[in-house]
Design a protein around this ligand. Structure first.
Ligand code: UGA
Length: 431
């Protein structure tokens, strides 16, 4: 059992804290947002992540997890401190590391005995060095280590990913730090990748960038498929059987979103430029991703002809299924483009409605998928929520004004929909 402080009770911090507590450690989650801390103390979890509320409640009952706004107090009690604060994108694409710096300085001031400080926030390479220097310059005569331990959690399956990881990456600069982290992760019995700190930092950015590259690649292939009447689903299946390529992240659609891929790609590119080794491929991956949203809107326009005054039902708003996260959701750009053309939009998402209301104006939020579809000239599937696959499409057929479906995720059964009289339009799908 180790005593672990988690600084930053956002998405990564809460999942990490809950899972370490679940594994038997004593965890203190810290956040400077008092409102959030009060909520968490009452057992309310501020984000939607399947299983997280139950896991936190169980750990709280066993007194394995607690929440505080007092960073100094948490540091006094813990041996390992995880930095899980936000690293939002700046206008130039670089990562804003001011929260990381701030926390590092605060940690230094409260450090009274040896502690291992671990960066878990996604950060550009060389941040570990900066964190080390910042602490060194503000700490008294205390020994400490800095390590990097990037996360590979997917929203919507973060707990499962944490407890059954493909690998745990730890970037360390001392045997003591390595031992502490190996002990902490020992119960997971996972493959451990031990590197220096900079390599661990790059593993994170390179992994996300590579996955995003796969998505943009297949999206570009999908456009070629559309142009000649081939089927990208079959192309992806054929490619994916080659173990050197693999089948995952070859799902064509409206492009990737969320708070990880777009910002990490931009940050990695920005860093490569700063280092004098511009990684232009990444910029092209981002370009393809932007163009994919415009491509979807164009597809809608090609079929519906004039968009002004048309009504479209949007199924899903979140950046992907199983999350309420709207950050960098493709839906936002698609909605803006359709609104610019004078389309009336009625939308429904099983979980993201509250967050969507904060960022979207002029959209009618329907109380369910059927209400969104009532009177629509077309239905556009935006998010791959499983529930949309089991909708009663014959009921929807009667509700819509025109039987047209745009499947932005190649997620629905074209034959079933066509059998019901819908005109089906996927992405690069020849049906
Ligand atoms: C991603 C990575 O998958 C995690 O490993 C990583 O830890 C995380 O970022 C992070 O850096 O924190 P996440 O953003 O939750 O996780 O979502 P993904 O499931 O990877 O999907 C990202 C986006 O790509 C979504 O918009 C999704 O719809 C899209 N996508 C994914 C596709 O369009 N096609 C695919 O084949 C796969």
């Amino acid at each position: 059992m180790q005593k672990v402080a988690i600084v930053g009770s956002g998405y990564v911090g809460l999942v990490t804290g809950a899972c370490f507590a679940h594994l038997g450690n004593k965890v203190i989650c810290v956040d400077n947002d008092l409102k959030k801390i009060r909520m968490l103390r009452k057992g309310k979890v501020p984000i939607y992540e399947p299983g997280l509320d139950k896991m936190i409640a169980a750990a709280a009952r066993k007194k394995k997890i607690s929440f505080t706004a007092n960073l100094a107090e948490a540091i006094r009690e813990c041996d390992i401190i995880f930095i899980c604060v936000n690293t939002p994108p700046k206008d130039d694409g670089g990562a804003d590391l001011s929260y990381v710096e701030n926390v590092s300085r605060q940690i230094a001031k409260s450090l009274k005995r040896y502690c291992l400080i671990v960066e878990k926030s996604t950060v550009p390479v060389q941040t570990g060095e900066r964190v080390f220097r910042t602490i060194r310059d503000h700490v008294g005569n205390v020994e400490f280590d800095v390590a990097s331990n990037p996360e590979f959690l997917r929203e919507g399956s973060a707990i499962e990913d944490f407890l059954n990881p493909d690998r745990v990456v730890i970037g360390v600069s001392s045997a003591k730090a390595e031992k502490l982290l190996k002990q902490l992760y020992a119960p997971l019995k996972s493959k451990m990748v031990v590197t220096d700190i900079k390599s661990a930092e790059i593993i994170k950015h390179a992994s996300n960038s590579f996955l995003a590259t796969k998505i943009s690649f297949i999206n570009a292939v999908a456009r070629v498929c559309d142009a000649v009447g081939a089927d990208v689903e079959k192309v992806a299946a054929g490619m994916g059987l080659d173990p050197r390529i693999g089948p995952s992240f070859l799902k064509a659609g409206i492009g990737f979103g969320g708070f990880c891929f777009p910002k990490d790609l931009a940050a990695f590119y920005h860093m490569s430029q700063k280092l004098g080794v511009p990684f232009e491929l990444l910029q092209e991956v981002l370009n393809i991703n932007e163009a994919q949203k415009a491509y979807f809107v164009k597809k809608i326009e090609n079929v519906l002809w004039n968009l002004r005054g048309k009504r479209i039902a949007l199924l899903g708003l979140a950046f992907k299924g199983n999350t309420d996260d709207m950050r960098f959701a493709p839906s936002i750009d698609i909605i803006h483009a359709l609104q610019k053309e004078g389309v009336e939009l009625h939308a429904y998402d099983p979980e993201a409605m509250d967050r969507a209301r904060e960022v979207l104006k002029g959209v009618v939020f329907a109380k369910n998928a059927y209400e969104a579809c009532r009177g629509a000239d077309a239905v556009a599937l935006i998010t791959d929520w499983k529930a949309f696959q089991s909708l009663n499409w014959s009921k929807i057929r009667k509700l819509v004004r025109q039987p047209v479906v745009f499947d932005g995720r190649n997620f629905l059964e074209p034959e079933v929909l066509q059998g019901l009289g819908f005109h089906y339009h996927g992405i690069g799908r020849n049906v």
